[in-house]
Design a protein around this ligand. Structure first.
Ligand code: C2E
Ligand code: CA
Ligand code: CA
Ligand code: CA
Length: 277
């Protein structure tokens, strides 16, 4: 009876109950939000060493009718836990492909590529390759303009299966980037075996690259590694010309960050593009 009493008390711990309620209501809201079209996509430019726009990363956004903008840091993990990442990911991929088709009609934008984040859970679902191919066919997007960003958590699963799926899409022209590189589990032997085109240097290393010798060493090492494995290195979170200078000096080829443009609408990206010399 005493144990039961304790359990009851734990079950009705008010702070825990509040957290559970908040989570389940956010989950219900996310489900509804997906149906109601509250989720949309913003594009952040990716540039070369001259600052010319090569493409954009598609980033999911959620404008909740009462709570306003909710950060991906809050709704992406929830979507991953609940499986809602599957419809969400499909929506982002489809939107990005439709955007590619629109850009293809604008001579100034026709060269742009788009990078889409794909979570491990989404990538591992059996129908993933078929789904991507179906969306490409249905929208008419050029597969060569599509990049898929995978994180190192992918490597915790069946490596052969991961490689096989990547190769099926690569065969159609789709490119792959390893996202948040350096923060996860990757071992160098994996890096060599995966059919990757790019590694993205996590912004946590870029932030203090000019002041923290450890971060500077990590960034230089990643850049040297990318070069020797023939991968294009993309630096994330570039906010200053000083950071850009360091990255360029050590061989980084592509850059993304507030220095070049914040995530924004497709029209905002097109305006940036047209303003370029
Ligand atoms: P990420 O893939 O590493 O995306 C880059 C994040 O850095 C974005 O945050 C972007 O807004 C932010 N960022 C870009 N430049 C700068 C900068 O100069 N300074 C700083 N401080 N931050 C910068 P965001 O949009 O909040 O997205 C957070 C994460 O949510 C993403 O990190 C990605 O892991 C995830 N995410 C976003 N959209 C999707 C999606 O459609 N599917 C999946 N699976 N994950 C997504
Ligand atoms: Ca990313
Ligand atoms: Ca990243
Ligand atoms: Ca990141």
């Amino acid at each position: 009876a005493k144990a039961a009493g304790r359990n009851t008390q734990r079950l009705f711990d008010p702070s825990m109950q509040a957290a559970l309620l908040a989570r389940s209501s956010l989950e219900a809201d996310l489900r509804l939000g997906l149906e109601r079209g509250e989720l949309f996509v913003q594009y952040q430019p990716v540039v070369n060493h001259r600052g010319q726009i090569l493409g954009a990363e598609a980033l999911a956004r959620w404008r909740h009718p009462e709570r306003g903008m909710i950060s991906p840091a809050d709704f992406i993990p929830l979507a991953e836990q609940t499986g809602l990442i599957l419809p969400l990911g499909r929506h982002v991929l489809r939107t990005a492909c439709l955007q590619l088709v629109e850009w293809a009609d604008d001579p100034q934008a026709a060269h742009l590529s788009v990078a889409v984040n794909v979570s491990a859970r989404q990538f591992r679902q059996p129908g993933f390759v078929a789904e991507v191919l179906e969306i490409l066919a249905e929208t008419g997007a050029n597969p060569r303009r599509l990049k898929v960003e995978l994180t190192e958590s992918m490597l915790l699963g069946d490596l052969e299966c991961t490689i096989d799926r990547m190769e099926q899409l690569q065969h159609e022209g789709v490119g792959f980037a390893l996202d948040d590189f350096g923060t996860g589990y990757s071992s160098l032997s994996y890096l060599k075996r995966l059919p990757l085109d790019q590694v993205k240097i996590d912004q946590s290393f870029v932030r203090d690259v000019l002041t923290d010798p450890n971060d500077a060493a990590i960034v230089r090492t990643i850049l040297a590694l990318a070069q020797s494995l023939d991968l294009v290195a993309v630096a994330e979170g570039v906010e200053t010309t000083g950071q850009m200078g360091f990255l360029r000096l050590h061989g980084c080829e592509q850059f993304q960050g507030y220095l070049f443009g914040r995530p924004g609408s497709a029209q905002a990206l097109q305006a940036l593009l047209h303003a370029q010399p």
